[in-house]
Design a protein around this ligand. Structure first.
Ligand SMILES: Cc1cc2nc3c(=O)[nH]c(=O)nc-3n(C[C@H](O)[C@H](O)[C@H](O)COP(=O)(O)OP(=O)(O)OC[C@H]3O[C@@H](n4cnc5c(N)ncnc54)[C@H](O)[C@@H]3O)c2cc1C
Length: 411
């Protein structure tokens, strides 16, 4: 089957709070924008029933409700949405191709907002009970179906303790497996105090999961006491894993720079090591992974993508689609020698006005434009005929003669 091709200014991969905010900014800047989400619009924020720390909501708000508002807001600005899995991003000189099973989406700029996925325990039989067979990662999604049931939560961080407390509203008992000594948890103090005071919560200190047991559905979690080695079988209906996250960035290996843990490195403009590709939210290397910070990243990336697309459109129109003979003077404005050569180029061009155009490209401000011209050093003089490079001159000692020669030959 031949793949379809569609063209966009900006393609955003991932529909969590980071991706949706980038979509809001790009759409509002009237860029032709596409957001691709492989499962649920709203991302990880839909996994929680109580968001207490997103500004603007004095009372706790349900994560899914909050994400519905995000969704409604960005769609007002004409952003297209496709529900499909991105498999690859390919890069060539001036386009980035976001590839799905059926379609290649060719974009001027791409925003990666793929977030994290939940970490697995690695215990025996884990695979057998994933995908609705007894192991869950989302309290909000699976709370109601656990009404009156006995459930287990693995972990002691914010997500484990806060979501475990929420689950006590439904379950008859919530057993929390914590690998630390009695009383030690990684969650914030407020959450810890609430959980310890909750009569429906029972803590199994110094334990990790040894195995998951059952036929078609999970029936039992076997815990192991890491101090004594004792195996403790516990009958439960569902086991919720909240033991951390790993970034959804495997497919970008080799394309962009990442940390050893797979988080994407960016600068403060959310630019990655690959020009025209931005990264935001939880998949990015940063200190705090929250809705508020994902939103901040998304706003910056949406804004920067707009600037980038504007710049690319300018280059396309003014340089690559320019008719006749043009010279692009690539220089560094903070270098005095480069400025001197620019002045000589300007004077020489004056003599041939009408026959020769001049585009000044300052790498200090517009390195990306200069890159598209494939310059090797500054100053360089790149002659173009009808948008095609015909000569790249780096020895500018006789710049006036060179310009006169090119006009005589091609002007
Ligand atoms: C249980 C829990 C409770 C939380 N509570 C809070 C809280 O109270 N307050 C708070 O501020 N934060 C909270 N967080 C954290 C918050 O949800 C995240 O920081 C935030 O969602 C990150 O947003 P994001 O857009 O970077 O990524 P995500 O929300 O993870 O979204 C990424 C999206 O990308 C999609 N995706 C991934 N790969 C692909 C692909 N190949 N193709 C297409 N789409 C893809 C995913 O399906 C996902 O929808 C909580 C998280 C969890 C798990």
């Amino acid at each position: 089957m031949e793949k379809k091709t569609e063209h966009y200014d900006v393609v955003i991969v991932g529909g969590g709070p980071g991706g949706m905010t980038a979509a809001l900014y790009a759409g509002r800047a009237r860029l032709k924008t596409l957001l691709i989400e492989k499962s649920l619009i709203g991302g990880m924020a839909t996994y929680t029933s109580e968001v207490e720390n997103y500004p603007g909501f004095p009372e706790p708000i349900d994560g899914t409700e909050l994400m519905k508002s995000f969704d409604k807001q960005f769609r007002r600005f004409g952003v297209n949405v496709k529900l499909t899995d991105v498999r690859e991003i390919r890069v060539d000189c001036c386009t980035r191709t976001v590839s799905t099973f059926r379609t290649d989406y060719v974009a001027k700029a791409v925003v990666i907002a793929t977030g994290n996925k939940s970490r697995l325990t690695g215990a025996k039989n884990e695979d057998k009970f994933l995908n609705d067979k007894g192991i869950s990662f989302c309290a909000t999604c699976d709370a109601a179906r656990n009404t009156g049931k006995r459930i287990m939560v693995i972990g002691s961080g914010d997500a484990a303790i806060e979501e475990g407390t929420f689950l006590t509203k439904f379950a008859s008992e919530v057993i929390v497996s914590v690998m630390h000594d009695e009383g030690i948890m990684d969650a914030n103090k407020v959450a810890q105090e609430k959980a310890l005071a909750n009569p429906k919560m029972k803590f199994m200190w110094n334990t990790v999961v040894e195995s998951f047991e059952g036929e078609e559905e999970l029936k039992q979690v076997v815990l192991k006491n890491i101090k004594t080695g004792e195996l403790i079988p516990m009958d439960v209906d569902t086991c919720f894993l909240f033991i951390g996250y790993v970034p959804n960035t495997k497919m970008f290996e080799g394309l962009i720079d990442m940390t050893s843990r797979g988080y994407i490195k960016t600068n403060e403009d959310m630019e990655t090591s690959c020009t025209g590709i931005f990264a935001v939210g939880d998949c990015r290397d940063k200190t705090l992974r929250q809705i508020a910070t994902a939103v901040g990243d998304g706003a910056v990336a949406g804004y920067m993508a707009e600037k980038y697309v504007e710049e690319m459109d300018y280059v396309q129109k003014e340089i690559f689609e320019a008719k006749g003979l043009t010279m692009a003077f690539v220089y560094n404005a903070i270098d005095a020698v480069d400025r001197e050569f620019l002045s000589r180029a300007e004077k020489a061009q004056e003599l041939h006005k009408g026959k020769l155009g001049l585009r000044r490209i300052d790498i200090y401000k517009s390195d990306r434009i200069a890159c598209r011209l494939d310059y090797s050093k500054t100053p360089s003089l790149i002659f173009m005929q009808d948008g095609k490079v015909i000569e790249n001159v780096t020895d500018l000692s006789a710049i006036e003669n060179k310009i006169a020669e090119m006009v005589a030959k091609h002007g």
